[in-house]
Design a binder for this molecule. Structure first.
Ligand code: UDP
Length: 313
């Protein structure tokens, strides 16, 4: 019998590459599609000699066909605020055109489909913690809108393919996730703080550092995504860690784990930076029997070797 075959768009990215590993572990044959705009071939180097794995360097904003698949995991998108600001138009294109193309593949082959959506759909939330039923508070023309509205559109197209074409969809709303293979220079808070701490530089806290985020270790995140993939839920599900930290607290954890003597340096808060973010994961807990197991300190320790090597290259 042929193994089940999965397509992972954005397979060379941070989450995409971990997902490829997990799917291979589940016995899938995997084709990763990536234009390497923000993804990196080095994230997949360890799979070079894996016969059940293939990387295709394609731009999914153009129609493409990867051959028959049983599952489409649509993960392609610049995802850090710095990356999607630099690549604003490409972000809108992959969220719109790229999503149509990924869904067309699922439709053509009768494949299941899971898309990586985001907590940014909630914008700067007025409801806290955020439940899946919250519609969000998004500035449609602000600097973050290239990502937020692309992902909201991605969800809308995905639901439409379910309603009009009966595609068997799942929508994961992913909250801040961290771990090995994050790009050191993607501007996100954990790689920035780890790099700065390990190099003895000041940690750059934006604003007064009282804004909050909830950080999920990548292994937990992937486990939640796989459980959602195996479920029959078509409506969005939050997959993230519900333990909330201020950014100043996050900086202190990084200093403790790295043993760094770096100081905090306060810098201006970027426009429309959400003041608070924390997932309500009741739905994932009850529906998927999933919750994260790794606290921030443990996850940072597990990531330390990776960040140390990357920071001193
Ligand atoms: N942040 C910070 N210093 C940095 C990078 C980020 O204080 O060097 C803050 C940022 O303003 C935001 C939070 O950390 O409030 C998380 O930022 P990140 O870019 O990781 O992702 P976001 O959750 O905003 O998408």
């Amino acid at each position: 019998m042929n193994p089940r075959r999965a397509l992972v768009t954005g397979g060379a990215g941070f989450l995409g590459s971990h997902l490829c590993d997990a799917l291979l572990g589940e016995g899938y044959s995997v084709v990763a599609a990536d234009n390497l705009l923000t993804g990196r071939q080095s994230n997949l180097d360890h799979l070079r000699h894996e016969s059940c794995f293939e990387l295709r360097q394609v731009d999914i904003t153009q129609p493409f066909d990867c051959g028959e698949v049983d599952y489409v995991f649509h993960f392609a998108c610049p995802a850090s605020p710095v990356d999607y600001t630099v690549h604003g138009i490409a972000t809108l294109q992959v969220g719109s055109l790229g999503t149509f193309h990924a869904l067309e593949i699922a439709r053509k082959y009768g494949a299941k489909y899971l898309v990586s959506s985001t907590s940014e759909c909630y914008g700067d939330p007025l409801e806290h913690p955020q439940k899946e039923t919250y519609w969000g508070n998004v500035n449609p023309i602000g600097p973050r809108s290239v990502y937020d509205e692309a992902k909201r559109f991605t969800e809308a197209v995905t639901m439409a393919y379910h309603r009009y074409h009966q595609v068997d969809i799942r929508i994961a709303r992913i909250f801040n996730t961290y771990g090995p293979r994050m790009q050191l220079n993607d501007g996100r808070v954990i790689p920035n703080f780890m790099k700065q701490a390990l190099r003895g530089e000041d940690l750059t806290v934006y604003g007064d550092g009282s804004q909050t985020r909830s950080f999920c270790y990548v292994r937990d995140e992937i486990e939640g995504l796989l459980r959602l993939a195996k479920s029959t839920e078509h409506l969005p599900v939050n997959i993230g860690n519900p333990t909330e930290f201020t950014i100043v607290e996050c900086a202190r954890r990084v200093l403790a784990v790295t043993g760094s003597k770096s100081k905090l340096r306060y810098e201006p808060l970027p426009q429309d930076d959400p003041k608070q973010r924390c997932p309500d994961i009741t739905k994932a807990r009850t529906l998927l029997r999933w919750e994260p197991k790794t606290d921030l300190e443990t996850g940072l320790r597990l990531s330390l070797d990776y960040f140390r090597a990357a920071a001193h290259l």
